[in-house]
Write a protein that binds this ligand. Structure first.
Ligand SMILES: Nc1ncnc2c1ncn2[C@@H]1O[C@H](COP(=O)(O)OP(=O)(O)OP(=O)(O)O)[C@@H](O)[C@H]1O
Ligand SMILES: [Mg+2]
Length: 139
């Protein structure tokens, strides 16, 4: 469980095509600015969100993203959640291995996104889908 309580409105964006990945980036950027994340942290967050949105689209067959301003009682941050009802990830350790891809990608998106975020959690059930939740905290 990620310790993060909402402090504001949840924004949701469906992910069904490339344009939606752009919309997710815009939503995440706007939330990061509103929460006053540093420019570096904004960029890390948006980059991670972009990779996760692409995974939702390409591997998950589409789904949606939620962007939520949160606090852990000490710091504010942005929680991003990506949900799909695709095939799921059978071997998570393998999926996090740099260079592992099942779709001819670079195999760097998931591991890279985890490195860019402060909290990172994957819930996945083969045949049912995947939910990735991640937080960037203000410094
Ligand atoms: N939402 C998802 N549903 C099912 N499988 C996924 C999902 N996200 C990631 N995976 C699996 O994990 C692998 C690694 O993901 P990762 O993002 O690191 O690489 P990639 O998407 O294949 O390539 P890249 O992101 O570098 O373009 C994917 O190839 C895929 O098999
Ligand atoms: Mg990827």
């Amino acid at each position: 469980m990620i310790n993060a309580e909402p402090t504001g409105e949840t924004r949701r964006q469906g992910i069904g095509g490339d344009d939606d990945v752009v919309r997710v980036r815009q939503l995440v950027r706007a939330a990061a600015v509103a929460t006053k994340l540093s420019l570096v942290d904004q960029t890390k967050l948006v980059t991670a969100a972009s990779e996760l949105a692409r995974n939702t689209l390409i591997h998950g067959g589409g789904g949606y993203a939620e962007v939520i301003p949160v606090t852990n009682g000490r710091r504010n941050g942005i929680l991003i959640v990506f949900v799909d009802d695709g095939p799921g990830i059978v071997d998570l350790d393998l999926a996090f291995t740099d260079g592992y891809t099942t779709a001819g990608g670079l195999g760097l998106g998931l591991s890279g996104a985890r490195r860019l975020m402060d909290e990172f959690r994957v819930e996945t059930t083969p045949g049912e889908g995947t939910t990735v939740s991640a937080v960037k905290w203000e410094r």
